[in-house]
Design a protein. Sequence first.
Length: 123
Amino acid sequence: MTTWNESDLMAIGAAEELDLESERGDGTLRAPVTMWVVRAGDRLYVRSVKGVEGPWYRGTRSRHRGRVAVGGVRADVTFHDADPGEYAGVDAAYRTKYGHYPSIVEHVLTETARASTLRLEPR
């Protein structure tokens, strides 16, 4: 596993949203999708409100690779399925960061959304 450098970890973790592009089977990038991102410890995570049936999530399944961009940081990443043992920390990070959107944040805290939790690792 490759780790984030501290400045990228802080910048991405503090951002309200990031743009995520997943790689198609031929290596080209799909159109960017804007989404929430959270930091739990020294790791970054994203989730699909629609769970594993969400279109952008399904796009990550082709090659498990892509790119994220936020605030001056642009990074090539791999998408790793989070272990269920990571869900509680990710849930807490979503509540802390996005709790000021109470009617929206609850959608990323469902079992459906948890099943799509991806850990972003730099490559």
